[in-house]
Design a protein around this ligand. Structure first.
Ligand code: AMP
Ligand code: MG
Length: 350
């Protein structure tokens, strides 16, 4: 399949009239799938009302069909069309965080969306992205757009159009290149169908921010307990994984370096992922710095590109530092531990 690529400056006003926006919107209306940037990661969009269009998303990604897609909208009017009723807490969260990296799980009206989007559930995840290009395309298409991350299932999510090309070129109708995304990790998924909202996936909006608006917020116990089935169907799958085995190391830099030295003495090529502040404490065959401890948002922004960089070089094993779990760090560690298949080496336990 021919994959058309457009480039657009995400900072321009009135993007809506640009051919880089209207052409992808027309492809979406015609039932094709198109990748576009959002403030979190690149999304792979399709008409959320069309089984045929949504099927193409699952096919292009190789995504398991029991994993529902998030529906992206550009106005609250679109929301009213899709969902049954909007609880007061959800309303307050939308007022505060939309457009932005917060997905709300709400009950949907029957018959308004493809069953493939919801994986047959009576609920749907909805968000309004905070990105002029994404909003422009959704508006121009005049459709609710189902969009998971635009990567091959299992690989790290794409934070640049280049990442999308590596995974999906030739498999989708188009890619809108709007430069690097900002937040770097996906949206927070919050179940708002229960009295006390529950975080099903940590993400761009933090627990602390949510609680400041609606009081108590719980976290799905499955996020910390590998034995329990997660409430977000997609959370049980391997995700974000680089090709070489990845281990998250909890402890001092000297402890991580000792493991690296052991591996290297056995002839393995070792990659290390660490915070900027610790760069000088390591020696490895390949070193990647996603960001700085002084601002964990930089680690979130750089995380997926860092994981993908290890696929470009010759390493047999990757050791990553762990990061503090406060604020955006909760999402960073959730993704990192998943990328590692929960292989964690803790200095305290050796
Ligand atoms: P992605 O599209 O890759 O960003 O992943 C979307 C995440 O939201 C996955 O973990 C899904 O399982 C989850 N999700 C989407 N819709 C629902 C829903 N109705 N109920 C629970 N989780 C959902
Ligand atoms: Mg994804």
């Amino acid at each position: 399949m021919e994959t058309k690529i457009w480039s657009v400056d995400k900072n321009v006003d009135n993007v809506q009239s640009y051919p880089q926006i209207t052409e992808p919107a027309q492809l979406l209306q015609a039932g094709q799938v198109v990748a576009f940037p959002t403030e979190t990661v690149y999304g792979l969009g399709a008409n959320a009302k069309s089984d045929e269009a949504v099927k193409k998303v699952f096919e292009a990604k190789g995504r398991p069909s029991d994993n529902p897609l998030i529906v992206h909208i550009a106005s609250e009017g679109q929301l009213e069309e899709i969902v049954e009723d909007i609880p007061d807490k959800a309303r307050r969260l939308m007022d505060e965080f939309w457009p932005g990296p917060l997905t709300l799980i709400l009950k949907h009206k029957p018959g308004k969306l493809s069953n493939l989007v919801t994986a047959g559930l009576n609920t749907v995840g909805i968000r309004m992205p905070d990105h002029q290009v994404a909003l422009g395309i959704i508006r121009a298409s005049n459709l609710p757009i189902a969009a998971p991350s635009a990567n091959t299932s299992g690989k790290p999510s794409p934070t640049s159009a280049k990442h999308v090309e590596v995974d999906l070129f030739g498999r989708i109708a188009g890619i809108v290149d709007g430069g690097a995304t900002g937040v770097g990790v996906e949206s927070t998924v919050l179940d708002c169908t229960v009295e006390v909202p529950v975080i099903l996936r940590p993400g761009g909006v933090t627990l602390e921010q949510l609680e400041a608006v609606v009081g108590e917020v719980q976290q799905d116990v499955a996020l910390k307990n590998q034995e329990t089935a997660p409430k977000a169907p997609g959370m049980k799958y391997t995700h974000y994984a680089p090709k070489a085995p990845l281990y998250v190391v909890k402890g001092h830099p000297a402890f991580l370096q000792r493991i690296a030295d052991e591996q290297r003495s056995e002839g393995f090529k070792v990659g290390i992922m660490a915070a900027r502040e610790h760069e000088s404490e390591y020696s490895a065959d390949h070193m990647v710095i996603p960001g700085s401890l002084a601002d964990l948002h930089t680690v979130a922004t750089g995380l997926y590109d860092a994981l993908r960089q290890f696929d470009e070089v010759d390493v047999d094993i990757i050791l990553s530092e762990s990061f503090p779990e406060s604020g955006i760090g909760a999402a960073v560690m959730n993704r990192l531990e998943k990328a590692a298949g929960h292989q964690i080496i803790d200095e305290k336990h050796v």
